[in-house]
Structure formats: C-alpha cells, structure tokens
Design a protein around this ligand. Structure first.
Ligand SMILES: Cc1cc2nc3c(=O)[nH]c(=O)nc-3n(C[C@H](O)[C@H](O)[C@H](O)COP(=O)(O)OP(=O)(O)OC[C@H]3O[C@@H](n4cnc5c(N)ncnc54)[C@H](O)[C@@H]3O)c2cc1C
Length: 411
C-alpha cells in the first residue's frame, strides 16, 4: 500500500496502553518488533485504569513481569500472598490453602494498580524501537489490503492513519476496535457493585488473602505491602447508592459485620472507588490481521482476581508465537495461521478462568438457603481434598492450559 505523508507503518499497532497493552508492547519490543502503541491518556498522565485498585498478581504473572523487567521498576513494596482463606458467611465450610504445601514461597503478590502503572511507564521509557501515540484515540479502520490493516487515530495534531501487519485490540471492556472489527460480545450484569479501598486493621497483614463470600457479594482482604489490606466489598446494585452515602465509621461497621473479626477491629479506611461487576465476552478473539487481548477479549467478575493475569497470558502467547517463527521484522505477525493458533491456544485457559470467576461470583449472588449445605460441603471438600485444591491453586497461580514460557521461572 502507498503511504500518505504523516502516516506511519509498524509491524504491530496496539490500541490501548493499559495493563495488558503496555505489557504486550514490552514483550513485542523484546523480540525485535516495531510497535506503535496508541493510548487515549496524554503523556505524563497514567491512564485512569491505573487507580487505587489492588491487583493480585499470580505467580505466573510475577515470573513474566520479572522477565520483562517490570517488577524491578516497582518502587513500593508488594504484599506476598502465602495463604488463601475462603469462607462463607452463615455456612460451616471454609477452605485454607497454604503456598508452602505446594513447595512455593507465595501464591502471588499484591500490587497497587497505580504503582504498577508507574513501573510499566518507566520500562516503556527504556524501549528504543517503540513509537507512542498519546493522547490519541482509535476512531476507526481504513481501507487496507491483504497485507495491511489501516488504523485511524485522532490526537492533538488531528487525524492520521497508521499501517500495520497486525492490529491488537487492548482497549478494554468497551473496545472500539472490537466493535469496528464487527465482533460481537456477550454481556452479563451480576447486579453487584464493588467498593475498593485501603483498610487498616488492628492486626497487620500476615500474608493471608481472605475471601469471605456473602449473600450479595464477596468481601475480600488482600495483604498489601504497606501494612494495610486491600479491601474489595461487593453489594447488591440497588443497595450501592446507600452504601456509598455511608460515612467512614458506618462503612467500617458494615465491613466488620460482613467480614468478621479474623484480623481484629477495622481501624481506618481510605477513599472508596466503585465498580459495577459486569462480564463481557467477545464471541471471537481474532479477525483478519487483528487479535483481541485482555479486557477487550474478556472482562471477568473481579472476584477471582484473574482479569489481568489472564489478559497478560493472551499477550505473552501472542509474543511467543511470533518469536517461535523467528521474531524480528522478518516474521508476519498478522499471518492467519499464527492468529488461528493463538485463538486455539488461548481457548482452554480462557474458558476455564471464565468458568472459575463466574462460579465464585454466583456463589455470592442470590442467597438460596437450600443450597447452603452444598456450598458448605464444597468449601469443606476444598479444605480436605488435595486434588480439588491442586486444581484451584494451579489456576489461581496462573498455570492453566498451555502456559507461555515467560510465566515459568527461569532456572
Ligand atoms: C476492582 C477491580 C479489581 C481487580 N483486581 C484484579 C486482580 O487482583 N488481579 C487481576 O489479574 N485483575 C484484576 N482486575 C482486572 C484488571 O483490572 C483488568 O483485567 C485489566 O485492567 C485489563 O487490562 P486491559 O489492558 O485489557 O484493559 P484496561 O486496563 O481497561 O486498559 C484499556 C486501555 O485502553 C485505553 N483506551 C480505551 N479506548 C481507547 C481508544 N479508543 N483509543 C486509545 N486508547 C483507548 C484506555 O485509556 C486504557 O488505558 C480487577 C478489576 C477491578 C475492576
């Protein structure tokens, strides 16, 4: 294709410089590709998604981010998860899993999204080949040919076109790229709202991540690296406005009732952010010379803390398939066979992680007293049956399906 002046050509254009898009840009640069990264947020400001949410990074994610040089850029201490404690309010069953039982020091690490954003930004700043377009919004697709995708973007300097052999949609849940490609998505609203905040309790975190399932949503406490817990509290959507209106003391009382006294009295709480719990799943993850990754491909209920972990594996699998064909600029990253292999390889991990998050979310929705004994039995079994535990733990640590090599610790 001939190229108009001012327009640029790349091997890969990634739309969306959030958690997954930025990680992918680093992974593709590592194998010698020329990448254009399009992000709506301006230079000098982190995209809004790098907020105060607490991200639980699975072991596989930590390994990969170490290999990509991102973990070393984190300035704040991370919180190691060495135990996972799951219980349900009003039921007798509970499950307690310890990393040491699996020969591991930790199941994963808790990182605040804002800190992660700063670390990614520092690492992106070191890349020599990467071109960043920001602030720039994806506004549509242009007329391409068999070898080229044409991507239309608008920024401070007006509109321009980018040419790429592969277009990656990493533009999140409401993906405009997905829409422009004509890929439909199925949406399910859990009718829950999640409150996220930093919380201080009488007892400091000891490495235990607590997941307490309630009738209308989960209450989770993640051990942060700064003496605080990361709180996630789910409430029925029609209660959300009233809960948001509570002052801090009343909000803490509510959390204490929902969670109990396992870490003593709750002492103080930071600013609350609010998220609706909605699952969005694209019906296909590939199109000619295009692939969807991260939230653009699937947005999960946050209860299982798997969204980014899963999205990173989408990204790393793509980089791995390109590298396996030789990497660098001699490979066609948008080759139809490569994309079909990506969709096939991501299938199992995607389906099982979605099922796991959905199952956990449904455990907390619509209390049905008749199901209580069964639910208790489920948690009871989890606590006693090693094979059930191993399955959950393997998935939670990010080792599900065919795992990208970067997720395995270099020995
Ligand atoms: C409360 C909460 C807690 C969570 N906890 C965890 C956890 O513990 N562990 C975990 O693994 N996951 C967790 N997640 C999920 C995780 O946040 C998401 O999976 C992750 O943000 C997905 O990353 P992404 O890059 O695909 O999309 P996003 O992070 O949403 O990034 C999309 C990017 O695209 C940009 N963009 C959008 N449209 C355009 C456009 N038209 N042009 C240019 N740029 C555009 C946006 O500015 C943004 O930067 C949690 C989510 C929530 C809500």
């Amino acid at each position: 294709m001939t190229q108009a002046p001012g327009n640029k050509r790349h091997d890969v254009v990634v739309v969306g410089g959030g958690l997954v898009g930025a990680s992918l840009a680093i992974a593709l640069d590592r194998i010698g590709l020329d990448v254009g990264l399009v992000e709506a947020a301006p230079a000098g400001a982190l995209p809004a998604v790098f907020d105060e949410r607490n991200l639980s990074f699975a072991d596989a994610t930590v390994n990969a981010l170490e290999a990509l040089g991102v973990m070393a850029k984190l300035r704040a201490p991370t919180g190691a998860i060495v135990r996972i404690h799951i219980s349900r309010r009003g039921d007798f069953g509970r499950a307690c899993l310890a990393a040491a039982d699996y020969g591991r020091e930790a199941f994963g690490q808790v990182v605040v999204a804002r800190d992660f954003g700063e670390a990614l930004e520092a690492r992106l700043g070191e890349l020599q080949r990467l071109t960043r377009y920001r602030p720039a919004r994806f506004i549509g697709l242009g007329e391409g040919d068999e070898a080229t995708r044409v991507i239309r973007i608008a920024g401070d300097e007006g509109e321009r076109e980018l040419y790429a052999r592969l277009l990656v949609a990493a533009d999140g849940t409401g993906s405009g790229v997905r829409h422009a490609l004509g890929i439909e998505a199925d949406r399910h609203d859990y009718l829950q709202t999640l409150f996220v905040a930093r919380l201080r309790a009488a007892r400091a975190p000891d490495g235990t991540a607590y997941e307490r399932l309630g009738d209308h949503g989960p209450t989770a406490l993640l051990p942060r690296g700064d003496r605080h817990f990361g709180l996630v509290h789910g409430v029925a959507r029609d209660e959300a406005a009233a809960v948001q209106a509570l002052d801090d003391a009343a909000f803490l009382e509510r959390i204490q009732r929902a969670f109990g006294w396992r870490v003593g009295r709750f002492e103080s709480i930071g600013a609350r952010s609010v998220y609706p719990a909605i699952r969005t799943v694209a019906r296909s993850t590939i199109a000619p010379r295009a692939v969807l990754v991260g939230n653009a491909a699937q947005t999960l209920h946050p209860i299982g803390a798997q969204g980014f972990n899963l999205g990173l594996r989408d990204a790393l699998t793509l980089a791995e398939l390109i590298e396996a064909r030789g990497g660098g600029q001699s490979v066609d990253p948008g080759d139809a066979g490569l994309l079909a292999e990506h969709a096939q390889r991501r299938g199992e991990d995607r389906a099982r992680t979605l099922a796991m998050s959905d199952g956990l979310a449904r455990l907390t929705a619509n209390d049905a007293p008749l199901l209580r004994p069964l639910r208790s039995l489920g948690l009871f079994a989890l606590d006693r049956v090693p094979s059930a535990q191993a399955l959950l733990v393997g998935g939670a640590m990010g080792y599900r399906g065919q795992v990208p090599a970067l997720c395995r610790k270099a020995s």
